[in-house]
Structures are given as C-alpha cells and as structure tokens.
Design a protein around this ligand. Sequence first.
Ligand code: NAG
Ligand code: NAG
Ligand code: NAG
Ligand code: NAG
Ligand code: NAG
Ligand code: NAG
Ligand code: NAG
Length: 634
Amino acid sequence: MIRVWLVLLMALSNLLFSSAAVGLENSTVPEFINIGVLYSFNTSVGRIVKIAVETAVDDINSDSTILGKTKLTLSFQEDSKYRGFLSIAEALQLMATHTVAIIGPQTSTTAHVISHIANELHVPLLSFSATDPTLSSLQFPFFIRTAFNDIFQMTAIADMVSHYGWREVIVVYGDDDHGRNGIGALADKLAERRCKISFKAPMTPDAKREEITDILVQVALAESRVIVLHTSTSWGPKVLSVAKSLGMMQNGYVWIATTFLTSYIDIDSPLSSDEMDNIQGVITLRMYIPDSKLKRSFVSRWTNLTRGKEGNGSLGLSTYGIFAYDTVYVLARALDTFLKQGNQITFSHDPKISELRGDSLHLDAVKIFNEGNLLCKSIYAVNMTGVTGPFRYTPDGNLANPAYEIINVIGSGTRRIGYWSNYSGLSVVPPETLYSKPPNRSYENQKLLTVFWPGETTQTPRGWVFPSNGKLLRIGVPKRVSYREFVSQVQSTDMFKGFCIDVFLSAVNLLPYAVPYKFVPYGDGQSNPSNTELVRLITAGVFDAAVGDITITTERTKMVDFTQPYTESGLVVVASVKKTDSNAWAFLTPFTPMMWTVTAIFFLLVGAVVWILEHRLNDDFRGPPKKQVATILW
Ligand SMILES: *[C@@H]1O[C@H](CO)[C@@H](O)[C@H](O)[C@H]1NC(C)=O
Ligand SMILES: *[C@@H]1O[C@H](CO)[C@@H](O)[C@H](O)[C@H]1NC(C)=O
Ligand SMILES: *[C@@H]1O[C@H](CO)[C@@H](O)[C@H](O)[C@H]1NC(C)=O
Ligand SMILES: *[C@@H]1O[C@H](CO)[C@@H](O)[C@H](O)[C@H]1NC(C)=O
Ligand SMILES: *[C@@H]1O[C@H](CO)[C@@H](O)[C@H](O)[C@H]1NC(C)=O
Ligand SMILES: *[C@@H]1O[C@H](CO)[C@@H](O)[C@H](O)[C@H]1NC(C)=O
Ligand SMILES: *[C@@H]1O[C@H](CO)[C@@H](O)[C@H](O)[C@H]1NC(C)=O
C-alpha cells in the first residue's frame, strides 16, 4: 500500500514539475533557442567545423526569413577525450544547458555512447562526421546523420574492386566502432559482388609507428595486393607513411583510402612534398557536393572566414565544413517549421533520474526535451537546397542521392578520376546529370578515367601475388610405371612432367588469384598405384587434390568432385574378334531362303498378271509362247 502511495506521489510530483515547466512558456515564440555543439575543436576538422557552425548561426540570425525574431545561440563543449566515459560527462554537461539539439559528435565511437543519453533525454544529435552505418539502427532514433552513411562509401569501394576485376582485398582499420562497422558493411557489399576480404588487419585506434609496422609487415606477406584503409584523419596518414617506408607503395600495390584522406589533403593543403610522396597513387573518396552558386560563394568566403580566427594562415575547406554549415541550416529550418506548427519548447524532469535517490552526481540538472520527437520528425521532413545541394531525407533516414568523387593522388596534387553515385554507380560525368536518365548499372556503363597507380604505372595491377606465408595445397600425383607420357616423375627430382601436369599448370595460370601448391608423389614406383586409393586419400585429408590420368568412375565421383574430362576416350563397345567365312553368295545373307523364294514367286505372279491384262490389247504381248514367256519375265 505504501508503495502504491509512493508511486502515486511521484507521478503527481512529476506532473506538477512538468506542468510548471510548460507554464513558464506561453504561446509567443521563444527569444533564444540554445543549440549544443559537442566536438573536438582541437583537431584540424574541429577547427573548420567551429568556424562553419558559427558562420551559419550568424547567417541565420541575420536572416529574418528563417525563425523570424528567434535567435540561435550556441553552447560549445570540447570533446577533448573523444572516446568513452568523458564524452558522456561532456554530453550531460551540454544537455544541462537546455539545448534542443546537439551538433556532433565528431566520431562514431562517441556517437554510440552518447546516443543513449540522447534517447533518454529526447535531444536529437545531428552529426555529419559520425558515418558508421550501424548508428542508423532503430536503436538510436535520436541520432540523425547530416552527411552520407558509410554504407554508400563502402558500396563505392566494392564497385571499384569489382570494376577492376579484383577478387580479394585486405582491410586495415582502426578497431573501434567506426572502423569495425564500416568494414562489416564493406564485407557485405563485396560479398554481393562475389569478392571478399581475405585478411583483416585491425589496429588500436591511435596506433604507434611500431604497431603499424608490425601489422603492415603481415599485410605484405599476404597474397592480396589490394589494401583498403579505413581509419581517421588523425593517424591514417601515418599508416601510409609507414607503408611507404616498408616499400609497400610500389608497383603492384593498390591502396584505397576512405574519406579521411581527402579531408587530410583538403585541410592541410598544400602538403609538403614529403607528405605527398607517401601517398602517390592512392585512390580515395570525397563526399560529392555538386557545383552551385551557393557553393562557389561559400568557398570564396572561406578564406575571409578563416583569416584571423587561427591567426596562422588559412585552413583549407573540407567537405566537413560545408556539411557542418548545412547541418545548422537544416536544424534552423526544422525549428522554423516546428514553431510555425505552434509547438512549444519545454523541458521536464526525467522521472527515472529522480528515482536515483541520493543523486550525488546532480543529474537532476539534465531534463527531458518534451518535444524532441516532433523536432526529429520535422528535421527528417526538411526539403531545402543548401550549400551541399538538394538536401532531403529518404524514408530510411539517409540523405537522398549519396555520391562520392573518386580521387587519385598524383604528383603534387590530386586528380578526379570519376564519380560514384548510388543512382548509377561509377561514371565520369557528374552524378546530377544522370538523375534525369534511368539508372544504368550495366557493366559497359561503369567508367573511370585512367589511374596512376603506385609505382607510376597506368597498367591496372592484377591485385595479388604468390604469398610467402600461404599454406600450400597438397596435390597427390600417382607415380606411374606405364603410360608415363601422361604423368611421371622426373628422374631423381621431386618434379613431375607429362600431359596431365601440363593441363594442370595451364589451368592454374589462368586463375585470377594465386594458388600455392606442391606435388606429393603417391605410389612405390614399382607398380602402378591404385587411383581409387589415391582419390580416397583426398577424403581422408592426406591430399587436397590429385592430378593424373584418373578415370572418372561412379564409385570415385561419390568421394570427390572431378574436373571436366580433358582427354576424350569416347564410348566404345569392345567385343571378341571371331573369324567368319565369306563367299560370293554373301549378298544373299540379309534374307532367309524362304524370303528369297516368296520374292521370286511374287515376281513371276506380277509378270503373269500383267501378261493376262496386256496380251489381248498390246502387240508386244503376242507371238510364239517362247517369246511371250520371255516378255513376262522381262
Ligand atoms: C509570455 O511570457 C512572457 C514572460 O515569459 C511575458 O512577459 C509575456 O507577457 C507573456 N505573454 C503572454 C501573451 O502571455
Ligand atoms: C590541443 O592539442 C594539442 C596536442 O594535440 C595540445 O598540446 C594542446 O594543448 C591542445 N589545446 C587545447 C586548447 O586543448
Ligand atoms: C574578404 O574581406 C575583405 C575585407 O576584409 C572584403 O573586401 C572582401 O570583399 C571579402 N571577400 C569576400 C568574398 O567576402
Ligand atoms: C603560427 O604558428 C607558429 C607555430 O606553429 C608560430 O611560431 C607563429 O607565430 C604563428 N603565426 C601567427 C601569425 O600566429
Ligand atoms: C522538395 O522541394 C522541391 C521544390 O523545392 C520539390 O520539387 C520536391 O518534390 C520536394 N520533395 C519532397 C520529397 O517533398
Ligand atoms: C540507393 O539505391 C538503392 C537501389 O538503387 C535504393 O533502393 C535506395 O533507396 C538508394 N538510397 C538512397 C539514399 O538514395
Ligand atoms: C546502359 O549503358 C550502356 C552503355 O553506356 C548502353 O549500351 C545500354 O543500352 C544502357 N542500358 C540502359 C538500360 O539504358
């Protein structure tokens, strides 16, 4: 009973509290709306984002068509240790300032952690740099991505891998939510194209040079030469520089780096010639922003915007800066609709936090944003044209028409070799020109310009080598005594020769990947070994395969799979040879004597009938009986 009262009392007090919170507001629009920005401002991307967000807020506040008299204010919170527990504390601190939404965080790892807080307090998180695909899950309804989901970037990479005819790739990634989940998406997309990841090389998220070296040495020993690098801007370039020092930037290697490399190049440009040397021939991607008047004017403003803020030259503009700017606009437009619909912005105590009795952490300060759900809805309904181009969401919560530029690092700069769009795959023309045509993903339509691969070659690397650490396939070969032209051991060596071996070697050379093998002789060399026994040893695990003049029999096909037969024996019937006597009358044998007699009788009968019918009318059938008999016979 007491418990029931307690619950009732608590419910009542909550009601009082929340109604009090609502009561503070009236139907007039608020004067200020507070937005939180949780970001690591002390990183190269963070510096750009800060400038872009501040610029956007200034622009919106001076534009009376958005949000009318209401002004946006920003609460910045440095996400200094942008991983784990401290981020939680920082997010809570920000939410205590009654923010209606939070822009950020920078990394997918932090996004995973603080999305739980956003869920509890109904505060939307808008991030343009946490691109981990799994953040789009239903688990995080308050996480809204204002840039492209990595699943599209991974699709683009898988499309490139299959476009160049490679079958296996190696992935090098930071072993955190961002790296792992991105690579998971890549594995799915490769599987759809019958390719696969042959080796995964995870690294601690801020790996030291020694660790990178150890891991890259293992990568160099593997068979595949196509390496996908999915890390963060802060240490990704270090991996490439170690790779260069290990000689892994040479002819034969393919390096595909995800968007981290373009933001490194864009922000820190121009890079020193040493830094450029480390990344020659690398292929990378950049989120595609179509050319427009808005974009051009923003780019030309950028130098002015950065001047003075850093005091130290200008910062290059990365796509993150443009997406950050648009994110604020999206939020402002959503708030505009939200307020025009007559919604209020109210906060109330979280009853679940109040239940934590003896709240020594003072979590009471954080409150639930009551209309968070409505704000999320109006963000997803935004349909505007921003600096990043047309901006709207598809029903699955992704930005419509994601596209990437494909960049080849060459010389002292970069060269765009094409585009990838979700709409039409790889193309050399900008994606927006394709949207008016029906999507065409046919193989002939997928094009990219010539690439300068590592080692300054334009010839597409075949993508694999014979590995030095691979397990050898054990191929059983019968030590034949007879018919040695099919297969036989070369005298006093462990090599084999013969027709079957030649066929096997030619087939292996045609494969698009390496098959390391060794021949293992089978048999004592005194007599021909039993082929059935050789085949049985494959099932027993002694051999992995067998090569030889092994006849395909029903019994053997039950044990192993055979290749197509490559020597034609044909189907023949074999019978014992018997001497038959033959004479001049042999032509009579097809019919029996009875048959011959009947034939002769009919022959005469027909002659007689013809004679009976003809001899009264036809002069030829007259004359002496001897002549008439001759006529009948004739
Ligand atoms: C709305 O509330 C403000 C103070 O929060 C007050 O000054 C104003 O008179 C109120 N307006 C109405 C219409 O109640
Ligand atoms: C920014 O980071 C550098 C190291 O990367 C550090 O030395 C510096 O103190 C940091 N600055 C601030 C303001 O946190
Ligand atoms: C940059 O700033 C200068 C003066 O500070 C101004 O004259 C110029 O028009 C600005 N350029 C742009 C593109 O805003
Ligand atoms: C730029 O940074 C360097 C050190 O990184 C410093 O010595 C220099 O004074 C700075 N320049 C300006 C204009 O702040
Ligand atoms: C978005 O707005 C454009 C015009 O600005 C319109 O043509 C388009 O249909 C709208 N899209 C949606 C999904 O409402
Ligand atoms: C991407 O393409 C697929 C199939 O072509 C389509 O189903 C999906 O809606 C597209 N996604 C976006 C965000 O445009
Ligand atoms: C796709 O493009 C190829 C070559 O560009 C063309 O031959 C083919 O007809 C196109 N298919 C469709 C359905 O438009």
